[in-house]
Write a protein that binds this ligand. Sequence first.
Ligand SMILES: C[S@@+](CC[C@H](N)C(=O)[O-])C[C@H]1O[C@@H](n2cnc3c(N)ncnc32)[C@H](O)[C@@H]1O
Length: 203
Amino acid sequence: MLPKRVRNHVNPLSSKVRIDFSGFKNDKNIIIDIGSYRGEFGEKLLNKFTDEKNFIFFEIRKPYQIFLEEKFKDRKNVQVFGGDAGVNILNILKHCNEKNILIEKIFINFPDPWFKKKHHKRRILNENFLKNIYDFLNKKTEIIWQTDQKKLYKETLEILKKNKNFYKHKRFFFAPLGIRTYWENLKKEEGQIFFFRLKILKK
Ligand SMILES: C[S@@+](CC[C@H](N)C(=O)[O-])C[C@H]1O[C@@H](n2cnc3c(N)ncnc32)[C@H](O)[C@@H]1O
């Protein structure tokens, strides 16, 4: 059960939680979901792929992290991590790089937009994030990024334009893998028509 109140805005930079990652018990490909919330998207991924792949779910808000741990506790192919995914993903990338395990996809679905300029550094996909992950990222790993916010989309395109180490694959229009996230469904119900989706690959 979730507590009644969960703080809506969490400064990810203030999270000191650091994770250890020693892999799964097999070398299957991994899918990462950053900002898993209550695991609605994760659940659909599991329904689609069952135990064909391994999954890592990141959630910075502690109550949701605990909720996810409970929800997926019987799934051997799922690991849930707390803290700031922008920082903690590095340990996972390093491990997978060393052991030659492919991370197929990193989903950043509807991340908190942090509109104030002084808060831009709190966005998950920022210049530092791209710089930090570059050395450990496999060229086959797709970063799938989606938002309902045009302003965030435009500013993210600018960041990608500046960073010559990544391809920005052109905007795509349908929910990846045919799976809509909780947030996308919510926004659709509120009347949102346009979503902004990018597929990003290392050069
Ligand atoms: C707007 S919700 C979107 C939830 C879900 N991805 C979806 O599309 O339905 C953003 C989620 O990302 C989480 N989050 C924000 N910053 C994060 C970070 N740095 N690391 C991990 N999770 C983060 C929030 O706690 C929240 O659950």
